[in-house]
Design a protein around this ligand. Structure first.
Ligand SMILES: [Zn+2]
Length: 304
């Protein structure tokens, strides 16, 4: 065992260990970012938050499709949910929990962390956690930042999450991308705060043709052939410390969603790419491995 691997939790808590001590746990962790098709970051330039209530909600129906898909494959998942969605569809939150999944926070209204002050972020984190716990009746341990927006630009973000009582975050997509990501960031699950048990579990990445690429979801997954996606997910699970974390959105299995015609062309190409095939492709991925909730994959135990 290497020196780093031999570090005990006690040493970490004493602040004697490096924050990069490996996290126990392998395997495959599934996650869903519960937001509606008109709330995605790529459309935020043409759809204001103030106008959201004018759209007819589809996220309840499409999230229930996710629940049925997971049931059909015996999969469990973590649902990172916007507070805005939760307060309008409380039954959905309870259904996610009653069907055996983890409810977690995606912040209140999808504002990126690096667009907020530390105080504004702390208020958003606490408000959303309390709301989700009040509705679900269970402790909310996980957090995912809108647009994977925790980075070197937000050095206070993990402290804020830990102080609010979150046990982990899955807010890093360590790849090169024009909207998010940092190709130099840590790929493995790790402890970002020295002396604390708080975990960051980045979504999955793998090496491919000498480059670091995403092995998680989003447009990458919908664009790639199934065989390549399967190989990358398998490679991520083999090579990463901690689970291979996959993610997708309910709107990705809702090909009938209304089209946002005034959105920029590049955003439209990405958002609408292969929506017709997504559910089938997801089915293949779900059958190929045993998928669990992130809290369980990280050894944190089920929420109660
Ligand atoms: Zn999101």
């Amino acid at each position: 065992m290497s020196g780093a691997a031999a570090l005990s939790q006690d040493a970490i808590l004493d602040g004697k260990a490096t924050p990069s001590a490996p996290i126990a746990g392998k395997g495959f962790a599934m996650s869903v970012d519960v937001e509606d098709y008109f709330q995605v970051w790529a459309f935020s330039g043409v759809i204001s938050r103030e106008s959201w209530d004018g759209f007819s909600a589809r996220v309840g129906a499409s999230t229930r499709k996710c629940l049925d898909l997971f049931d059909a494959h015996g999969a469990k998942a973590t649902f990172f949910t916007l507070g805005w969605v939760a307060e309008r569809d409380r039954g959905l939150i309870r259904e996610i929990v009653s069907r055996g999944h983890e409810i977690a926070s995606h912040g209140y209204d999808h504002t990126k962390v690096d667009r907020q002050t530390r105080d504004d972020f702390a208020a958003d984190v606490r408000k959303t956690k309390a709301m989700l716990e009040d509705i679900s009746g269970v402790e909310v341990k996980g957090y995912r930042a809108a647009g994977f927006s925790i980075s070197a630009k937000t050095p206070w973000a993990y402290d804020v999450l830990a102080e609010a009582g979150h046990a982990y975050s899955s807010s890093s997509h360590p790849i090169a991308h024009d909207h998010y990501g940092d190709a130099g960031a840590e790929r493995n699950a790790h402890y970002p705060i020295a002396g604390a048990r708080f975990i960051e579990a980045p979504v999955a990445t793998a090496e491919f043709l000498g480059k670091r690429v995403s092995a998680a979801g989003g447009g990458w997954f919908r664009a790639a052939p199934l065989s390549l996606s399967r190989a990358l997910i398998k490679r991520a699970a083999q090579n990463l410390n901690g689970p291979a974390v996959f993610y997708f959105h309910p709107w990705e299995i809702d090909p009938g969603q209304p089209r946002i015609r005034r959105a920029p062309l590049k955003s439209k190409l990405r958002h609408y790419l292969n929506l017709n095939h997504m559910q089938k492709k997801l089915g293949h991925i779900l059958s190929a491995h045993e998928w669990t909730r992130i809290d369980e994959a990280l050894g944190l135990g089920k929420q109660s």
